[in-house]
Design a binder for this molecule. Structure first.
Ligand SMILES: [Ca+2]
Ligand SMILES: [Ca+2]
Ligand SMILES: [Ca+2]
Length: 970
């Protein structure tokens, strides 16, 4: 059965009958003559006659008596068919015989086997039917075989002659398709024909088993299993496979001869072809493919809605192949000929074109054509491969392993390891051309590993075709192909494959039928592999790898540990470890600072992957060490740990003792603290007391430095400013404004929540009480320059200052703070801070409402100590934060009242003025100034002096005011 399968596999799609170049036989003129209802190839000495019967042909003087045509094919493959008259001659000579074989004349059936010609005559004796048997040496006499009890059986509808049994005598098998309602075939030993009727007494009889299946519509005798005993094949074209398929799909019975009788039949059908009438015609083709077994064609003339098809089956030692090897369909390969009824008749295979291969004539009677299909030689081609050491001077020794250390080839002055592939082709079959061109396709390292290449016309190729010429029946070895091994090849363990496929060149077959061009019965293929020398005894290397990954850090403190060192050690305690590789996967992504040249890093979204080539091979007892350094300075603040997955792999097998995978998880901790400092600035303001001031408020601003200390970054710091604001329904201060004066980085932000408050809006900048020139300068400095960090804690400083103030001016400083007044709280979020030290500078702008203060606190005080309380906390969840406190004091000093000094100066000035006037008046009087002219002049002077006095009084007032700020200009 395996043998069978191989044949089916190789040739399931086609045998060697060519369908590209069919020769069409037809006759000129009358259609519907059923030209092609019977076909045969009559072999003469010099040439073959193609005989085609046309049973409904009407000649000039006859009414549809039928005709026989003989066709010839000329050099250019054109067929000419002429009506032959020898049967008619025969009729006229033997008038009495006319009745008996009129149906035979119309081409119903005939068989010939020297020395007998048998012609079926199914209409004989009221359709009992008969077979008329002639002796070739004497056509004048015939015997007539019949069965006189089986009326209407149509015996002779088909006929065959064969030596079926060990007795080696010719039997005549006659189909009687209407016998016993199923159809039968009756066989009887043929007698030498005397001119008499021969009655079948005890015929060897086979019948069908389905009602009206028309068993015996066709019959042939052929030895399909090469045991030199003819086998009987019978067609039942009206067999219906099942009720599902309405019928007439047809089948054939193959009876193998057992020597004395026939074996039980094997049945072949093409089940799905409804109405195909498979088995309508049968033909022994002879040995179509020269495998020693005779082959058979079966016609199914109504397949594909009446177009028809022919199926080819190969003989085998088990009988006829169950599956066809070629289907020649009018609807398919021959569709251009528009045939109908193709396969109604089939010729016995004869070689028409002298290529020693049998050809097949197929009748297509419904289209009045017969088709000659020619066969091409069948060949098999076998490919074999050998590996040899490459040697320029002699034939190298056959090798079984690749030794990569032996670099015995040179290509473009580079040394390579190499070897030779010797390939041989065995071309076999019958009647093959003496020189056959073959195309051999090479595939080196066929799993596409590309570890080796051949150099062909200056290019390095992994796949290529070579041409070769073979001769029949000679195993021909071709010029070796040198394979160069890629110096960088990875896999030194998997054997290297060389695959070869071969096919016959098809150059000659494109435009016309090539009768000498063979068809391959197999698909020539060879695959051989060559092992590498491994040092492990064979290709099974068992490595024992020990992976050890360590870091000197047990914990990562963000900001403090800016680098992560990693040491990897790989040791092989087993056999050679080929293509040993290390993979590290570090999550989250960290930048690689230092990496070995054997390694490559790949960045992924949340990881960095490092692949290293350790060695190929990492030999027994070898150790490799690799060092890596990763940059942690940009580690994001939300990273909680760093995972390092490492694994080592090898193409060798890993022993169970190996330790090839390791995971390290390093926790990432964060430490950070805050330092709150008062910005370096005068925090003293002056103000005038009630009644002497122009404005009721004094604007001021406090500066707070927020210093983030220690290692880690901080995303957010929460700061609350508590500002004294209301006392006994009087507002003390205005709506505060918090400004970010200086920030440590570009992305640093501040966001403040101001309380919904009844406090009035902060007065505008231009109406600001003039601060001293000094503080103006200082403020502008602070805006442009990095603020100087005070050395001491604000809160301590404040306490000391408050102490001093109270010590020196006890009872004089009014303390405004959250204990003495209601405070408004403004909450701000600032961040982010980077690692190490970073400072942000905040300004709190406000103004003190003096009237409000004086309304509530009527005591006699010389200044006000206004204190803003600050509370700060790091809000990052991963940082344990304290609450940091600070106090921002501002001292407002009252300007001393200048009133007493002012009135005394006015009084003194008036006195001096009056004294001067009296002296001048006395002097004028003494010098007679009060004469007429003198009086007038005096009066003018006095008026002027009056004006001067008014002017002088104004001046005094202004001078007084200036002196109130301590600059005595009088
Ligand atoms: Ca046989
Ligand atoms: Ca065969
Ligand atoms: Ca031929």
């Amino acid at each position: 059965h395996i043998f069978l399968l191989i044949i089916i596999f190789n040739l399931s799609n086609s045998s060697n009958i060519d369908t590209n170049f069919p020769i069409v036989l037809s006759h000129n003129g009358k259609e519907s003559s059923y030209f092609g209802a019977s076909v045969t190839i009559a072999q003469g000495l010099r040439k073959s006659d193609l005989i085609v019967g046309a049973p409904k042909y009407s000649g000039n003087d006859h009414e549809k008596t039928g005709a026989i045509f003989a066709c010839e094919i000329d050099q250019s493959n054109n067929a000419t068919c002429r009506e032959r008259s020898f049967i008619k001659d025969y009729q006229t000579k033997h008038d009495r015989a006319e009745y008996y074989y009129s149906d035979a004349v119309s081409g119903t059936s005939s068989a010939m086997k020297e020395p007998i010609i048998a012609i079926g005559a199914p209409g004989f004796s009221d359709w009992q039917g008969s077979v008329v048997v002639y002796h070739t040496a004497n056509l004048d006499t015939a015997s007539i075989m019949y069965d006189n009890h089986d009326y209407n059986s149509y015996m002779g509808y088909s006929v065959a002659i064969g030596q079926f049994f060990n007795d080696r005598v010719n039997y005549i098998a006659a189909g009687a398709p209407r016998s016993k309602e199923t159809g039968c075939v009756k066989a009887e030993i043929s007698l030498q024909p005397p001119n008499r009727l021969y009655k079948l007494n005890d015929p060897l009889k086979k019948c069908g088993d389905q009602f009206l299946e028309y068993f015996g519509a066709s019959v042939i005798a052929v030895d399909v299993n090469k045991d030199r005993l003819m086998d009987l094949i019978v067609g039942s074209p009206l067999y219906s496979h099942s009720t599902k398929y309405r019928g007439d799909s047809g089948r054939i019975f193959v009876y193998l001869s057992l020597g004395r009788s026939f074996d039980s039949p094997s049945i072949i059908s093409i089940e799905k072809n409804r109405g195909a009438r498979f088995g309508s015609a049968l033909a022994s083709l002879g040995d179509l493919n020269y495998d020693g077994f005779n082959d058979v064609a079966v016609g199914a003339p109504y397949e594909d809605d009446g177009q028809g098809a022919v199926y080819i089956y190969f003989g085998t030692r088990f009988g006829l192949s169950k599956n066809y090897v070629q289907r020649i369909a009018a609807s398919d390969q021959l569709s251009s000929l528009q045939l109908r009824g193709f396969g109604q008749s089939l010729s016995t295979g004869h070689d028409v074109d002298n290529n020693d291969y049998p050809d097949l004539l197929v009748g297509s009677y419904l289209s009045d054509k017969a088709i000659l299909l020619r066969s091409r030689p069948v060949a098999s081609l076998k490919v074999s491969i050998k590996f040899r050491e490459h040697n320029e001077n002699k034939v190298g020794d056959e090798i079984t392993q690749i030794n990569l250390k032996n670099q015995n080839c040179q290509l473009k002055s580079v040394d390579y390891s190499c070897f030779d592939v010797v390939y041989c082709l065995l071309f076999s079959g019958e009647f093959l051309p003496q020189n056959q061109k073959v195309i051999v396709s090479f595939e080196i390292d066929s799993k596409l590993k590309r570890r080796g290449f051949a150099e062909i016309e200056n290019s390095e190729l992994y796949q290529f075709d070579l041409e070769a010429v073979v001769k029949p029946k000679i195993n021909r070895c071709m010029e070796p192909v040198t394979i160069y091994l890629n110096p960088k090849l990875e896999d030194k363990l998997t054997p290297m494959n060389i695959a070869l496929r071969a096919k016959l060149s098809e150059e000659d077959q494109k435009s016309q039928f090539c009768k000498k061009c063979p068809i391959l019965s197999n698909e020539p293929f060879a695959l051989r592999s060559l092992n590498f020398e491994t040092g492990c005894g064979d290709v099974h290397c068992i490595a024992e790898l020990q992976l050890d990954v360590r870091s000197s850090l047990l914990l990562v403190v963000q900001g403090l540990n800016t680098e992560l060192p990693l040491y990897v050690q790989i040791t092989n305690n087993g056999e050679n470890a080929y293509s040993t590789k290390l993979r590290l996967e570090i999550r989250p992504f960290v930048e690689v600072n230092q990496i070995s040249s054997h390694c490559e890093d790949t960045t992924e979204e949340f990881a960095v992957i490092i692949d290293c080539d350790i060695d190929n091979p990492l030999e027994t007892e070898q150790t490799k060490e690799i060092f890596f350094m990763f940059d942690l300075s940009k580690l994001s603040s939300n990273v909680q740990n760093i995972t390092i997955d490492s694994s080592v792999t090898t193409l060798s097998n890993l022993s169970e003792k190996s330790n090839a995978n390791q995971r390290i998880i390093l926790d990432v901790k964060r430490f950070a603290s805050l330092l709150l400092l008062r910005g370096e600035k005068s925090h003293q303001e002056l103000y005038a007391g009630a009644g002497s001031r122009e404005k009721e408020y004094v604007r001021f601003s406090s500066l707070l430095q927020v210093v983030k200390e220690n290692y880690s970054s901080v995303d957010e710091v929460n700061i609350a400013f508590k500002i004294p604001s209301i006392a006994k329904n009087n507002f003390i201060s205005f709506q505060p404004r918090i400004n970010l004066e200086n920030k440590p980085s570009r992305n640093f932000l501040m966001k403040c929540d101001y309380p919904k408050t009844k406090l009035p809006e902060l007065p505008k900048e231009e109406s600001f009480v003039d601060p001293s020139k000094e503080s103006d300068v200082e403020k502008s400095k602070l805006r442009t320059e990095e603020p100087k960090v005070a050395k001491r804690d604000v809160s301590k400083q404040l306490k000391e200052e408050t102490k001093n103030a109270t010590a020196e001016n006890e009872e004089i400083l009014l303390k405004l703070n959250c204990e003495t007044t209601e405070c408004e709280t403004v909450v701000c979020q600032i961040g982010p801070f980077g690692i190490n030290h970073q400072t942000a500078l905040l300004e709190i702008e406000n103004a003190i409402n003096l009237t409000g203060v004086e309304n509530v606190f009527k005591t006699n005080y010389s200044g006000i100590l206004f204190t803003i309380e600050v509370e700060a906390k790091i809000t990052d969840k991963s940082i344990n934060s304290d609450i940091y406190r600070a106090y921002l004091p501002t001292v407002f000093k009252r300007i001393p009242t200048p009133e007493a000094v002012s009135s005394w100066i006015i009084f003194a000035s008036s006195g001096i003025g009056l004294l001067l006037f009296i002296i001048i008046f006395v002097l004028l009087l003494k010098f007679g100034f009060f004469q007429r002219k003198q009086r007038e002049e005096m009066q003018r002077l006095m008026r002027e002096n009056d004006k001067k006095r008014d002017f002088g009084a104004t001046n005094v007032n202004e001078t007084n005011r200036e002196s109130s700020i301590g600059d005595d200009s009088s």
